[in-house]
Structure formats: structure tokens, C-alpha cells
Ligand binder design. Structure first.
Ligand SMILES: *Cc1c(COP(=O)(O)O)cnc(C)c1O
Length: 445
């Protein structure tokens, strides 16, 4: 990893000393701007999210046929939203102060196809590529039944194309499963953090897995370099892809529909606070963008990162974005939250979304494991450590900071707030591995 700029001093960003010491931090973003002011800086709008949602609808009949776990929803890949009152009560008891408002969990941990948030962006990018190639070849029009993509002429076309991606595990799993189902060749460059079972699962699908002994950024660089040699290959650029970003953004309008169906009120006086685990930033960034297009200043997006991988907080806080890495601070980027083990954030997301994010929290591995155990005991949910990163910060952010610092979230509004902790992965984790996470967390309670 090359050091791209001198390490800034604490004068530039007061939290640097705490970050370098891997102490958990909570940070209300002083760079937050009103949605109407910051939105043009994203360079994307509602029409782009509409386009992505329309594309997912066109593909729904095909997805229902290829992925049996999407049949019950007609091929729409979506997860439940669930109240978590028992977890909320226990978190308050443990903190010695009630958790204000209402806590809900969004179960992307149980999304069909690949059991993580990557079944949104990753799947979407594969579908968009498939559509483009088939239309270009004259084998598909936008009002066709997309199940014809499963027939011989199109499959032959896809079989000659390779999709390449670098990943800590879940993106590779999603791209690999989706790509293989449509008949593409897929190569996944896996970082050292990637779990064995994810690589095994991909190989069962006929995917080529290249194992790297370095972190996520190196795996992505290897993928990018491989594609530069092969003009027939498509690189899924997790650090910069607009398609991934928009695939994630569609989640926001689905959440809006769920909140409405559950009669949850959202306005500036009754804010929605959404806690999003952040790795490179595409997933949480895309969802935050989608939420801002719908709820504007009535939604507060909070990014959660491991204390050993606080890349987005570092990038946004210093204003250096992808020009600085956690390794530049002497942090190792090693965490039990393998899905969040990213040392250098997406500059694409940090630059476009920095002024729309209300706050950041970092969470220690011990706290992540404890939270996995608490979630299991209170709500009966089994998820991977990355998935719970948004939960511990939620209460800490609200109780440990004075109300005037909280981006307009005074005490009255907090009591009226709806919190959604986005649980980002876990249903495909082998049972014995989930049990080991729960046991490790219980031992720390
Ligand atoms: C990928 C991932 C995230 C975060 O998404 P990024 O786009 O990397 O920020 C969060 N949780 C899990 C389980 C993931 O796999």
C-alpha cells in the first residue's frame, strides 16, 4: 500500500488520535448540509433510481424462475422490516439509560439469492450488464419476457464473457451466484479476510476464486489489473460503480413502502434514523442516497465501522477520501467484521455523499460480538458480525452527545424517532460458524 499523502495532524481532524488508537468514537458530521443544498453534488437523481427499479421489475420473472427463494415475492429481491422491542429494552438496560424512540431491524441478512446486502447492488450490476449485452446483440428488447435470456442464443453470448470482481466475500458471493446463474464466466479475487465457506460455495457454482493474502484494496486492484488485459471481461468496480450504487438505492423506496404499510410516521419532528454498516461505502452510500431522495431532512443516515477499519470516517473527516487509508494511521484493518474490513474508502461515495451523512460511529470487535449474542438472545436472529455494526452506535450516539450537537436531533425529536438498524448479512453463514459468533459474544457479556 503506497502512502499517498502525509498523515494529517489532529488539528486537521480532531478525532485522529482516537482513531489511530482504535478507541470507539461517535461523530456528528459538521459537514452535513440540508438535503436540497447537498443533493445536486451527488450527480444522480430520482430518475436514476426509477431506472434501476424499472430494470429490477423487468428481471423479476427471470429471477423468480432461477432463484426459488424469490418465487414468493414474484422475483423481487426484498427483505423484511421488523420491530426489535426486546433488543431495544436490553440495550437500554445494559447502558443504564432507556433507548429513546423505536428500534426496528431491516433484515438484509435474510435477502434471497445471497443472504446479504450484496444481493441488491451486486445482483443489479450483473443484471444490467446482461441486459446491455443482450440488447446490443439484438437478442432482447426492453418489453420482452426476460426469461428468454435463459435460452441458448443468449446463454452462448454470456458464456463468452467474463465478470471479474474483488471482494472481502459477500460481493463475490453475490456476483458469482448471479453471474453463474445467467451463464457468465466469473472470477472473484478474494481478500485474505474472506471466509473459507464463501470460497467453497463459489467453487461449487463453477466460479473461479483467486485467493490473495492481502486486504480488500489489493484484491480489487488485482481484479482491475486482470480485466485491463482482457477486453471481453467486465470489472465490477466496488470502489466506483454507479450501477452498484443505484442497485442499493432502490432499497430506500422499498423501505419507505414498508414503513408506510406499518403506519410509521416519518417527518422532521418524527425523524427516521438509519444505521448502516459501512465497508468501502457503496452499499450504505447507495441506500443513504435513496433515502435522501425520499425523506430529505427527515432522515438521518449514520455509518458504522469497525474500530480497526474506519476508512469512510477517516476519508470524510479529513476530506481526503480515497487519498488516505487506515494503514496510514498505523491501523491494521483486521476485524472480525470481515464484510467491513476495508482500509481505503470509496472516493466516489465519500465525495458525493459526505454532506448528506449525519453521523459516524466506530465499534470494537468485542462490542460487535456481544451485539451478535444479544440480537440472538433477544430477537432470535443469527447474523454475521458485520451485520450488527449499526446497533451499538445507535444508543451511544444518542446518549453520549449533547442535543445541540446532534444535527437538529434534539431530545424531543429523539424520543419520537424511528431507528432502523440495517442488518447486512448472515443467513447463508454455516450454522456452526454462527453458533461460534454467538458463543464468543456471550463470553464477553
Ligand atoms: C459489503 C457489506 C457491507 C457494507 O457494504 P460496502 O458497500 O462495502 O460499504 C456491510 N455488511 C456486510 C455484511 C457486507 O457484506
Amino acid at each position: 500500500m503506497t502512502r499517498t499523502a502525509p498523515v494529517p495532524g489532529t488539528a486537521e481532524f480532531p478525532l485522529l488520535a482516537d482513531l489511530a488508537a482504535t478507541r470507539p468514537v461517535t461523530w456528528w458530521n459538521p459537514g452535513l448540509r440540508p438535503t436540497a443544498v447537498a443533493m445536486p453534488g451527488v450527480g444522480l437523481g430520482i430518475a436514476d433510481v426509477d431506472d434501476a427499479a424499472d430494470r429490477l421489475r423487468r428481471f423479476a420473472p427471470l429471477l423468480a424462475q432461477v432463484f426459488p427463494d424469490t418465487r414468493g415475492s414474484g422475483g423481487i429481491v426484498e427483505s423484511p422490516l421488523r420491530a426489535a422491542p426486546a433488543l431495544q429494552r436490553v440495550l437500554g438496560e445494559r447502558a443504564g439509560t432507556p433507548f429513546p424512540g423505536e428500534l426496528w431491524v431491516k433484515l438484509d441478512s435474510h435477502l434471497p439469492v445471497s443472504g446479504s446486502i450484496k444481493a441488491r447492488g451486486g445482483l443489479y450490476e450483473v443484471l444490467k450488464l446482461a441486459e446491455e449485452l443482450a440488447v446490443q446483440a439484438g437478442l432482447l428488447t426492453l418489453d420482452d419476457d426476460y426469461r428468454r435470456l435463459l435460452e441458448a442464443p443468449v446463454r452462448d453470448l454470456f458464456a463468452r464473457r467474463t465478470i471479474v470482481v474483488g471482494s472481502t466475500g459477500n460481493l463475490g458471493l453475490s456476483i458469482g451466484i448471479a453471474g453463474a446463474a445467467l451463464g457468465f464466466r466469473v472470477t472473484v479475487h478474494m481478500s485474505a479476510d474472506a471466509r473459507r465457506w464463501k470460497k467453497d460455495r463459489l467453487r461449487e457454482h463453477g466460479v473461479t476464486v483467486v485467493e490473495h493474502d492481502q486486504d480488500y484494496s489489493a484484491a480489487v486492484a488485482a481484479g482491475r489489473a486482470a480485466v485491463a488485459q482482457d477486453p471481453s471481461a467486465h470489472f465490477v468496480d466496488d470502489e466506483n460503480s454507479t450501477d452498484l450504487f443505484l442497485g442499493y438505492a432502490v432499497a430506500a423506496r422499498r423501505l419507505a413502502g414498508q414503513l408506510q404499510a406499518l403506519d410509521v410516521r416519518v417527518d422532521v419532528e418524527h425523524p427516521l434514523v438509519v444505521h448502516l454498516p459501512c465497508g468501502v461505502g457503496g452499499g450504505p452510500g447507495g441506500i443513504a442516497f435513496g433515502l435522501k431522495t425520499i425523506f430529505a431532512d427527515a432522515v438521518h443516515c449514520v455509518f458504522a465501522e469497525p474500530t480497526h477499519s474506519p476508512c469512510m470516517l477517516l476519508g470524510v473527516g479529513t476530506g481526503r477520501h480515497d487519498g488516505i487509508s487506515v494503514q496510514d494511521l498505523g491501523i491494521d484493518n483486521v476485524t472480525v467484521a470481515d464484510g467491513l474490513a476495508v482500509g481505503r474508502a470509496s472516493g466516489f461515495v465519500g465525495r458525493r455523499m459526505g454532506a448528506l451523512l449525519s453521523a459516524f460511529c466506530t465499534v470494537s470487535d468485542e462490542e460487535l460480538l456481544r451485539t451478535v449474542a444479544l440480537l440472538h438472545e433477544t430477537e432470535g436472529l443469527g447474523v454475521e458480525p458485520s451485520a450488527v455494526a449499526g446497533i451499538p452506535g445507535a444508543l451511544r450516539l444518542l446518549t453520549a452527545t449533547a442535543s445541540e450537537e446532534r444535527a437538529g436531533l434534539g431530545d424531543d425529536r429523539l424520543r419520537a424517532a424511528t431507528h432502523v438498524a440495517w442488518l447486512t448479512g448472515g443467513s447463508m453463514v454455516p450454522a456452526e460458524e454462527l453458533a461460534a459468533y454467538v458463543d464468543a459474544g456471550r463470553a464477553l457479556l
